[in-house]
Design a protein. Sequence first.
Length: 231
Amino acid sequence: MLLLQFSTSHYCRKARLALGYKGISYQVENLTPGLHLLKIRPLTGGLTTVPVLLPQIEGQPQAIADSTKIFKFLESFCPHPPLFLPDPHLQAEAWMLEDWLDESIGTATRFVYYEFRAGPGKAIDPSLFSQLVIQTVRRQYRIHKASVELAADRLKSAIEILGNRWQAKPYLVGDRLSVADIAAAALLSPLALIPQYRQSYPWLFDRLSEIHQLCQAPLPPGLSAEAETSS
Ligand SMILES: N[C@@H](CCC(=O)N[C@@H](CS)C(=O)NCC(=O)O)C(=O)O
């Protein structure tokens, strides 16, 4: 299988965690933001976002776009170990959390993270190229003071909600890893580089590390010694 990705995208991390959990071997192709459109639009019928998974297996779809669809494909292609919970009510709850994390919290993380990288976090990679990418992302997603404040508030409540579950039990829903745990671990991972979050929520980053280990995936920047730097 081939995963088309941006190496630093937290949504692509989400797909990699699921592939790792399933123990599926795959390769990645790192695309350049902007130029990625030329490659993925023809494969996805117009979607412009990564991750996109190419199974490269006869009888399987050519391309699966969107991390949630990738979860569904992987579960049907390789049911063990299961990512879906056996109780349909609990699985519905896991999907509800996964959708909230995808649509609201992953975006809030992006806003707070790029605000940090353009300010106190500039030193992580002060190169002109990195700063240009950061400014382009900020323009594309309209990241500015007011939108960052809203995102930070949203993250605060989200971390409280997740903490109520993760601090009481190892998993967000049910008694084993689900789509909700993987989505949260990936989509909050960029916060590991922001000292304020590391200091305020040490338990959160312990949990993120444990989930990465369950998924046999390298830890995100900030939690590992490696020098990967953005989201
Ligand atoms: N809901 C999508 C979101 C993916 C997403 O936002 N990807 C960003 C990178 S983090 C992207 O590809 N942006 C490029 C674009 O919008 O053209 C998913 O879960 O796959």
